[in-house]
Design a protein around this ligand. Structure first.
Ligand SMILES: [Cu+2]
Length: 142
């Protein structure tokens, strides 16, 4: 009996290690950082297992490819006044005040009020739907 339970426990450990490592290699992920320079705050996304595909925005989805949606304070600052060309693109797409779309890993927000803000970045498919991977960052504007 003792020998049998040892074998089962050993098998369970092998399975638990093998399954998550195999799926983790495929799942895209992202980390977010913020850098303030005077009136500007640059949000930079560090991507893993995800490639920005600027040419295929709006086209058929491809696993591991797409673009980014940045958001500050739930969309409150996702207007051209704050997120510049990305906010202008948001207005063009009819989603101003929701998020700032981007085909680069960096979006600069200008003129955010002093104090605490919450930024999000979402990895999205070509059709703008969420991949399920995102990152959140609380930062202070001084
Ligand atoms: Cu989009």
């Amino acid at each position: 009996m003792i020998k049998l339970s040892h074998l089962i426990a050993g098998a369970a450990v092998v399975a638990a290690v093998a399954v998550p490592s195999a799926s983790a290699a495929m799942a895209p992920s992202v980390k977010l950082s913020a850098t303030q320079m005077g009136m500007k705050v640059a949000l930079t996304a560090k991507l893993a297992d995800f490639t920005i595909d600027a040419k295929n925005v709006g086209k058929a989805n491809v696993a591991g490819k797409g673009h980014l949606h940045f958001q500050v304070d739930g969309g409150k600052y996702d207007y051209e006044k704050y997120s510049g060309p990305n906010g202008a693109l948001a207005a063009k797409l009819g989603i101003a005040g929701k998020y700032s779309p981007s085909v680069t890993p960096k979006v600069t927000y200008t003129g955010l009020p002093k104090g605490k803000h919450t930024a999000m970045v979402f990895l999205v498919n070509n059709d703008h739907s969420n991949t399920g991977s995102s990152a959140k960052l609380v930062f202070m504007v001084k």
